[in-house]
Design a protein around this ligand. Structure first.
Ligand code: UDP
Length: 494
């Protein structure tokens, strides 16, 4: 890897990174923090104990490699009814506790802000869900960079819906409309739009605040790379009128070591009985590109009826598979999944993971051949890096936009045919049937269409690897940004 590690310079920049307390925002912001430390920036990540536990092993490894990085842990505030140690928002957090966790955020804000004053950083990088940090940085006279999740593409599409309201011009939720003004001609339906874009909701106002704070910031950081969605990067910069830098794929850049890959996002042992080593040994016995990886990220849980459909589809398609199951507590499957696991374990066709999967290591394994994903952008990038075609099964957040990018723009995946956006923690009314799932899976595992998708995604994978090398687009962006920040510091005469 072409690195430009610059250690111990007199003008060393000092940065604070402030990741949000949900697993899938925490992971890329920590990866970014580690990336800046690789490039000689003195980095302190501020977070709470349970969130720190998710990534601390990576920081310890980086620190032992001589990189200037550490975690500053702030005690999580006491909230009535919130058990100790429950500090992170993900699929394991019951909705009621998620609300209680949110109650701690204003208290944490005060503590974080105090630390800014004490630590005197030259700049801060904070998650988009901390819009207040734009003003806090301005008060200190330092730049705030904002981590904007998702893809440039989805932000462009969301801007387009906000500006032109194309969904208001169709008669029904199922009727297609075009997304006007984007580099590609793309269609979607009203039922695929997030509810906060269809009509004003509390989240609509939060999103507005986030956008305003982004405009007040020095610029935005994306985990993307130019060759992946360059047309949308340009479009985004034009529409927002702000600076932004693609410095990705960050997960590839900082997790080169096998230990980093295996341990990423791994707070504690999962609920399953089998170990990660056993899983990797199982993969070692499989032929190249023969195993399907099925995962719906860190936030989603399906109702039992949907899990049963997935299980049947996996059994019917005939391919070997790894399935990360987030089981719901409704017991609606009446032991079906346990029986299913026993069966596929006996036939050696399938491997169920009940806790946290070592996703980077799985995707990197030569036996893994394709991915079924909810189109969370971390997973999309990680699959692209591994050169794997995708079955796109969007569920919530901006995922239906990401599906368009994967299927219609980049043509590296097929759609499972999901039609209904739903809120996190809300099961909605749609059940995607086993036959549709099976058909999509077969398309990404074998045949001509699969070969074409594999060829296209391999090109992107190679581009991703080039982007982070010396002279590559992301490498240049990061270098230029660091130089710019150094110049700002010098101009301030610190
Ligand atoms: N992830 C993982 N193991 C799991 C589930 C998720 O390592 O069992 C990681 C995955 O590699 C990705 C992130 O968690 O980096 C999930 O982010 P994504 O954007 O794909 O989905 P989200 O969790 O936001 O829905």
């Amino acid at each position: 890897m072409g690195s430009c590690e610059v250690k111990g310079e007199a003008e060393m920049l000092k940065a604070i990174f402030l990741p949000f307390i949900s697993t899938s925002h925490l992971i890329p912001v920590v990866d970014m923090a580690r990336l800046f430390a690789i490039h000689g920036v003195d980095v302190t990540i501020i977070t709470t104990p349970a969130n720190a536990a998710v990534f601390q092993s990576s920081i310890d490894r980086d620190s032992s490699r001589g990189r200037p990085i550490r975690t500053h842990v702030v005690k999580f505030p006491q909230v009535p009814g919130l058990p100790e140690g429950v500090e992170t928002i993900n699929a394991d957090t019951p909705p009621l506790l998620t609300m209680k966790i949110s109650k701690a955020l204003p208290i944490l804000q005060g503590q974080y802000q105090e630390l800014f004053g004490v630590m005197k950083p030259d700049f801060i990088v904070s998650d988009m869900f901390y819009p207040w940090s734009a003003d806090a940085a301005a008060e200190l006279g330092i730049p705030r960079l904002v981590y904007v999740g998702a893809s440039y593409f989805s932000h462009c599409a969301m801007n387009c819906v906000e500006e032109f309201a194309p969904h208001a011009k169709v008669d029904s939720d199922g009727e297609s409309f075009e997304l006007p003004g984007l580099p590609h001609k793309l269609e979607m339906t009203r039922s695929q739009l997030p509810d906060w874009l269809r009509a004003p909701k509390p989240y609509t106002y939060l999103k507005k605040m986030i956008k305003e704070s982004e405009k007040k910031s020095y610029g935005s950081l994306f985990k993307s790379f130019y060759e992946f969605e360059g047309a949308y990067e340009e479009h985004y910069k034009r529409v927002m009128g702000t600076k932004s830098w693609s410095i990705g794929p960050v997960s590839l850049w900082v997790n080169q070591d096998e230990l980093d890959k295996a341990g990423r996002g791994h707070a504690k042992e999962g609920k399953g009985k089998r170990t990660d080593e056993e899983l990797m040994r199982w993969l070692d016995t499989k032929k190249e590109n023969s195993v399907l990886y099925v995962s719906f990220g860190s936030m989603n849980k399906f109702p039992s009826a949907q899990l049963v459909e997935i299980a049947h589809a996996l059994e019917d398609c005939g391919h070997d598979f790894i399935w990360v199951v987030r089981k719901n507590d409704d017991h609606g499957d009446k032991g079906f999944l346990e029986e299913f696991e026993k069966r596929v374990q006996e036939s050696n066709k399938g491997y169920l993971i009940w806790g946290w999967a070592p996703q980077l290591a799985i995707l990197d394994h030569p036996a893994t051949g394709a991915v079924v994903t909810h189109c969370g952008m971390n997973t999309v990038f990680e699959s692209v890096i591994a050169g794997l075609p995708l079955v796109a099964w969007p569920i919530f957040s901006e995922q239906f936009f990401n599906e368009k990018l994967v299927v219609d723009v980049l043509k590296i995946g097929v759609s499972v045919g999901a039609k209904e956006w739903r809120n996190l923690n809300d099961f909605g009314s749609e059940t995607v049937k086993r036959e549709g799932i099976r058909k999509a899976v077969v398309l990404v595992m074998v045949g001509e269409e699969c070969a074409e998708m594999r060829r296209r995604v391999k090109v992107l994978s190679d581009e991703a690897k080039k982007a982070i090398q010396t002279g590559g687009t992301s490498h240049n962006n990061l270098k230029e940004l660091i130089e710019e920040l150094k110049l700002l510091k010098l101009q301030k005469g610190i």
